[in-house]
Design a protein around this ligand. Structure first.
Ligand code: NAD
Length: 490
């Protein structure tokens, strides 16, 4: 560990917990000549300078991961599980350290950051349990002429690319199944949030991950580094979480190698409030579905389709609920709505609001935003027309557009009228009715009368342009396994 940040006293302004600020390659922390800065978006100040990986470091990481693959894959599943179990225990024990790093580099509210660490740690536990439960197949062929044997093998070196909005959970959702399957990996965190990834690397090392099994490459310039890694025949799979345009770009660049890919991409979640729903309950669920992570979530409710009999009332009560949220620096324990990750994201949301207004939306600001950071106040936008900019764009901020509907068929049609298909929400006074409508949603996940559905034990992923594959659940480990069919006469 060469460079470290200091020890914190004041969580909002003080220095950070001690963590490595270098690259993790082949089990060693390596510095680089160039470093890049990490900023606290709540204060717009620099909080760390992190080693900046380039093409040479990318090649070294591939070599390290490739060399480590055979011995790691040959370890007993139970041994791999033990390492993951220790990582889970360490993350839980150090949850406040992780939460502080997340909130200081990402801006999200403390409670969201702490919740994220718990959620992230659970992937280590879940996949520790899954590592020993990979099942093959052994049966007589229908024609009786042979035995069908199906086995699963770890695919090899995995390249893992993660976004800034859940810097811990998106990393462990990939690292845990990769390691459980017997793969080695190279993690490339987003440039905005490398600190959390470096802390996770440190946790994994202390949990006993052998050298080269997990390599971490923060970089300020992901394109050239990714080209080196994805162009290397020793890399067997890409697992990407991020925006749909970048995901498509990476798929195009890997097509010539026919590389196996798993894609967790953008969302545009519809939130349906059916006729007869309890408005107070709908508002409570909407606040959670919209404001978790300050709206910067692929799962965030993006468009609220509300039955015409409830729309105006719901809009007013939602504004009142948004006005109650305590805004401030995420590291302040009392904060309920933190800042955006950067002034760039802040500007994007403000610009979207201007466009919404120009398209006829009635924009209501629920409270003033604090000065001095990348803050965006919460907004409700009434009289939004389906098909306008707000309903076709992933907002990624604390803005709730409301669109009134008259019939369920109309609501379902508008909800599905998008190229995205990650998650939908249905609020209904009758859960059975809610499930019926949920089954008509063209999305990989639907929450009925709930504002949060993510669970390490459930398959997370999208239909349409929201992704390919599933993470978590029983499916997650299969993203890192190859199946092999052997025919024999037995
Ligand atoms: P992004 O696509 O800009 O970046 C994602 C990652 O890709 C980052 O690590 C970034 O450094 C890297 N990247 C960017 N350009 C690259 C290039 N040319 N080559 C290689 N790597 C490159 O996304 P973001 O802004 O960090 O995250 C927000 C997006 O992520 C939203 O669209 C959100 O919906 C999506 N997301 C999806 C899920 C999911 O599970 N489906 C979860 C979280 C976030």
């Amino acid at each position: 560990m060469s460079a470290t940040a200091g020890v914190t006293t004041d969580p909002v302004t003080g220095p950070l917990p001690r963590i490595p600020l270098d690259l993790l390659v082949g089990g060693a922390w390596e510095s680089t000549a160039e470093r890049f800065t990490v900023d606290d978006p709540a204060s717009l100040t620099t909080i760390a300078r992190v080693a900046d990986a380039g093409e040479a470091e990318a090649r070294a990481a591939v070599t390290a991961a490739h060399d480590a693959f055979g011995p790691w894959a040959e370890r007993a599943p139970r041994q791999r599980a033990e390492v993951l179990r220790r990582a889970h225990e360490l993350m839980v024990a150090e949850a406040e350290t992780g939460a502080l790093l997340i909130t200081r580099e990402n801006g999200k509210a403390w409670r969201d950051a702490l919740g994220e660490v718990t959620y992230a740690a659970e992937f280590f536990r879940w996949f520790a349990e899954e590592a020993v439960r990979v099942r093959g197949d052994f049966r007589t062929a229908p024609g009786g002429d042979k035995t069908i044997i199906v086995d699963h093998h770890p695919i090899g070196v995995a390249y893992l690319v993660t976004p800034w909005n859940f810097p811990a959970a998106m990393a462990t959702r990939k690292i845990a199944p990769a390691l459980a399957a017997g793969c080695t990996c190279i993690l490339k965190p987003a440039a905005e949030t490398p600190l959390t990834a470096l802390w996770i690397g440190d946790v994994l090392q202390r949990a006993g991950v052998p050298a080269g099994v997990v390599n971490i490459l923060p970089t300020s310039d992901p394109g050239p580094l990714s080209d080196v890694i994805l162009g290397d025949a020793r890399v067997a799979t890409l697992s990407f979480t991020g925006s749909t345009p970048v995901g498509k770009q990476l798929m195009a660049s890997t097509a010539s190698r026919a590389l196996r890919v798993s894609m967790e991409l953008g969302g545009n979640a519809p939130f349906l409030v059916l006729e007869g729903a309890d408005v107070d309950q709908a508002v409570e669920i909407a606040v959670v579905a919209k404001m978790r992570n300050g709206g910067s979530a692929c799962t965030a409710a993006n468009r609220l389709y509300v039955h015409a009999s409830l729309a105006e009332d719901l809009g007013h009560r939602l504004t009142a609920a948004f006005a109650e949220l305590r805004m401030g620096p995420g590291a302040d324990r009392a904060t309920e709505l933190g800042s955006m990750v950067s002034t760039r994201e802040q500007a994007k949301v403000h610009q979207l609001l201007e466009v919404a207004e120009s398209e006829g939306g009635r924009v209501v600001q629920a409270q003033a935003a604090p000065d001095g950071g990348a803050f965006v106040a919460p907004y409700v936008v009434h009289d939004v027309a389906h098909g306008g900019t707000l309903t076709s764009t992933e907002i990624f901020g604390p803005v709730a557009p409301i669109i009134a509907f008259d019939s369920v068929d109309e609501a379902v049609r508008m909800a599905n009228d998008t190229t995205f298909g990650l998650i939908s929400y249905v609020v209904s006074g009758d859960t059975g009715r809610g499930i019926q409508v949920a089954r008509r949603m063209e999305s990989g996940m639907v929450a009925v009368n709930k504002g949060v559905l993510s669970d390490p034990a459930a398959p997370f992923g999208g239909m349409k342009e929201s992704g390919i594959g599933r993470e978590g659940g029983f499916a997650g480990i299969h993203e890192f396994l190859e199946s092999q069919y052997i025919a024999a006469d037995l």
